[in-house]
Design a binder for this molecule. Structure first.
Ligand code: THU
Length: 160
């Protein structure tokens, strides 16, 4: 038997003002996207913004459905829009933010497991990391250097 350890570095910014300018811009786009969420059931609005290497920004928000599992998270709404509209571009960064009509969201909201799997596919496809910034409605922001840092032992096409 051998034992292995998985370690990764990530950064915590105290608040929005501490982010570098380009990340502030992207987070602002995510906040705008968040305001367009359709979340009548959870009352939890999520916005995502992707910055591409062709200088385009693609956004998405969660889109819920009366048949709950038919809804889609903000991150996947955004990443599939990027893949559909700019199939040749590389995604450099993703900003995520969430708010709730039920309580204040002051902790960074990390992408769910299904979204991590979806984003991992694009990291693999473009063969370069996607930097991810995630925040609540305000407050601390976590930055991870690559999606695969938060999805160790990921399933991918090499198993197929
Ligand atoms: N949601 C996202 O948009 N992204 C995540 O990573 C987690 C959850 C959405 C899905 C649903 O509309 C609401 O938040 C509550 O789960």
């Amino acid at each position: 038997m051998i034992e292995k350890e998985f370690k990764f570095k990530y950064q915590i910014f105290e608040d929005f003002s501490e982010l570098p300018g380009h990340a502030q811009k992207l987070m602002k786009s995510a906040i705008n996207a968040r305001n367009k969420a359709y979340a009548p059931y959870s009352k939890f609005q999520v916005g995502a913004a992707l910055y591409l290497n062709n200088d385009e920004t693609v956004t998405g928000s969660n889109q819920e459905n009366a048949s709950y599992p038919s809804g889609l998270c903000a991150e996947r709404t955004a990443i599939y829009a990027a893949g559909a509209n700019y199939p040749e571009a590389k995604i450099e960064a993703l900003a995520i933010t969430a708010t709730s009509q039920k309580h204040k969201v002051l902790e960074p909201i990390a992408p769910c497991g299904a979204c991590r799997q979806a984003i991992a596919e694009y990291e693999k496809k473009q063969n370069s990391p996607i930097v991810i910034y995630f925040m609540g409605e305000s407050g601390k922001i976590i930055m991870v250097n690559a999606l695969l840092d938060i999805l160790p032992l990921a399933f991918d096409n090499k198993f197929l």
